[in-house]
Ligand binder design. Structure first.
Ligand code: ZN
Length: 74
């Protein structure tokens, strides 16, 4: 599990700062394995049920959570 980002990757620093200030991001959607049963109780595999929808939702939430840059604090 070697994840290597450049040491001074700007996103990493910003994410680290944000995490320090705000704590870990709340997980609205449970993270399931692709082959686990979907959380909705359909009995289908997650990947063939809600996976795509959840991913989209998560992306949208992440976008919504990111504050617009107004040239303040940082
Ligand atoms: Zn589902």
């Amino acid at each position: 599990m070697a994840v290597c980002f450049p040491k001074d990757h700007p996103m990493t620093i910003r994410e680290g700062l944000k995490r320090l200030l705000l704590g870990p991001e709340p997980q609205a959607v449970p993270v399931l394995g692709r082959n686990d049963r979907c959380w909705c109780g359909s009995g289908k595999k997650y990947k063939s049920c809600h996976l795509a929808g959840d991913e989209r939702k998560r992306t949208a939430e992440r976008k919504a959570a990111a504050p617009p840059r107004r040239g303040a604090a940082f």
